[in-house]
Design a protein around this ligand. Sequence first.
Ligand SMILES: [Zn+2]
Length: 86
Amino acid sequence: MKPSDPRYKKARARWATRYAIKTGRLVPGPCEMAGLECHGKIEAHHDDYRKPLDVRWFCRRHHLKIDGHAMARPFNKNGMGKRRTA
Ligand SMILES: [Zn+2]
């Protein structure tokens, strides 16, 4: 895979995330959609693959859901939790 390949960035981000978890720099949190029928293991989701350590946590089910629909609103760290309407 060449560095110019977009998949290369993704692969690198995933690798960096795995490494960060292993070394304790990143600690997996609960699924952001907790309570809405979570299922599967917690996975890291990247909004921006150029920031491999800027991740959000989702269970397998919700991660697939998020990746399936590009989220309309950009991720705002300070607004975390506020936009959660049930
Ligand atoms: Zn979930």
